[in-house]
Design a protein around this ligand. Structure first.
Ligand SMILES: [Zn+2]
Length: 270
């Protein structure tokens, strides 16, 4: 490599590894960077190549700090799983350019980080989409009936698509998960255009309505309190609908993606 000379006339500069600290996207990070340093006046100068390395070091330090996979982790996990970049892109339904960029320093969104982990990490529990219990359709009905009793009006209407009911259920399930480590219904929720919705709701509505609530694990006192709290917070259907649309957890989920229960702590409306 051609030697770089100090612009102040001190002769050739030396390539050095440097410990750096900075605030990036509002987060304090430290990282190792490489730069040419003048041994006389300590002036630093980068090269095109070191600039790219520095950028990746910064982005990796940031991703480590906020709990995202780093470039190196994405690449090594991908290879350990036997995926080419194209295969991973296909599995995630994104372009190969996204995979290439994440592996060279571009920071993925939180929802894409989650999508990467689902493909690449075995320790992501499928439970994260069911709130640590098996789906129980009769319990969904029981909880719907409990909301109906509190409100003194019907939520399970004929021809209903659960547009509002699903949001009451979602908040109750997420709140229960947050507080008790376990949801109420075992339902999975998908982020659709109209907000969080029971995954495969079209196939579930009739079996839920037909299920027998007498044959179901009764609500504990704590679970009952959670349902009450959700009902009191959102007395009208529009309230729960609008609140769900203000949740980042929903906004950041790609359309159709399942919303993990582990994000229950990030809800802001309850
Ligand atoms: Zn100098």
């Amino acid at each position: 490599m051609k030697a770089i000379h100090c612009p102040r006339g001190h002769g050739p500069m030396e390539l050095k590894k440097l410990h750096k600290e900075k605030t990036f996207k509002g987060v304090d990070i430290s990282y190792m960077g490489e730069a040419f340093v003048c041994p006389v006046c300590d002036l630093e100068a980068g090269t095109v190549q070191t600039a790219g390395d520095v950028q990746r070091a910064i982005s990796d330090a940031y991703r480590k700090k906020v709990g995202f996979l780093t470039s190196r982790e994405i690449k090594s996990l991908r290879e350990a799983n036997g995926f080419t970049q194209q295969q991973l892109a296909d599995a995630m339904n994104v372009g190969i350019a996204s995979i290439k960029r994440w592996e060279t320093g571009m920071i993925q969104s939180r929802s894409m980080d989650h999508a990467l982990r689902i493909q690449l990490q075995d320790d992501i529990q499928p439970d994260d989409y069911t709130g640590n219990r098996e789906i129980d359709l009769a319990r969904i009905k029981l909880i719907a009936k409990t909301f109906e009793r509190i409100f003194g009006k019907r939520l399970l209407k004929a021809g209903d698509k659960f547009l509002f009911l699903a949001k009451y259920l979602w908040y109750a399930d997420m709140l229960a998960f947050r507080r008790l480590g376990k949801g109420l219904t075992g339902a999975s929720y998908a982020a659709i255009t109209y907000g969080p919705q029971l995954n495969n709701y079209r196939d579930l509505i009739k079996p839920i309505k037909d299920s027998d609530v007498n044959d179901v694990e009764p609500l504990s006192e704590e679970e009952f309190r959670i349902i009450h709290q959700v009902a009191e917070k959102f007395p009208n259907e529009e309230d729960v609908y609008n609140a769900a649309h203000r949740e980042k957890v929903w906004q950041e989920s790609p359309t159709g993606a399942l919303i993990p229960y582990s994000r229950a702590n990030e809800l802001t409306e309850i």
